[in-house]
Design a binder for this molecule. Sequence first.
Ligand code: 15L
Length: 269
Amino acid sequence: MTRLLITGAAGNMGAMLRPLLRRPDRTLRLFDIAEIADIDSATEEFVQGSVTDRAAVAAAVDGVDAILHLGGLSTEDSWANILSINVDGTQAIFDAAVAHGVTRVVTASSNHAVGFWTHDEAAGQPLPGDVSPRPDGFYGWSKAAVEALGRMYHDRFGIDVVNLRIGSSFEKPPNYRGLASWMSPADTARLVEASLSDNAKGFHTVWGISKNTRAWWSGAEGAAIGYRPMEDAEQFAEEFLAEHEWTFDDPILQRVGGAFCDHPLGKRM
Ligand code: 15L
């Protein structure tokens, strides 16, 4: 029996992934500041607390085999909140991983860690999964910091780390940009399973998207850890393209981070 800790388990991705990550030989330990009412007692256990509370983090990490770190702010916010929740919170998770002998951490990074890269700069080539950071705001900067923390904990302590540069992980693409950036729920679960597998030992930074016809972010790094996406956002094309033209002259489509690149710094979305 293995035990997988999911931080931020009450959030959008946590709720989406829980049923998809259940296995007969796996217990999901759910950790969140918010109450989770619908615990499946056969396969799940719940620890309530915040990533900013080190005692709660220690209780959550104790006895787990791997950590899927989804906890934290998922869009732009004040510098103080971003530092405390996303940066200190992630450092607390890595610190606890070392203290409790956990050897695998998968982080929910984001495309916004590299949001200012453009389609033009990719010059007809898929943009590499580990292209250097170009955060598009405080939130994106915190995700670049999370990735760098992962690198440091890997190099110092040998923890296996996979940073997932997630595009748009929702039931369906949230907007027309999602025709390139979407990752379906089932593909998100596939990416997490690949990240927990032996193929993903070491340190990796990979895009988190489905096999979208319009994607311009590389699938190579994901393929190297065994991620085989099965879905394509193209099934939603008609719906979105009724209102929007697909052209890389559009700054929303031209930049990795889309509209985040224009959002006022430090202002909640
Ligand atoms: C993210 O990082 C956010 O957490 C999510 O809410 C979406 O906005 C996503 O990026 C995206 O770029 O679509």
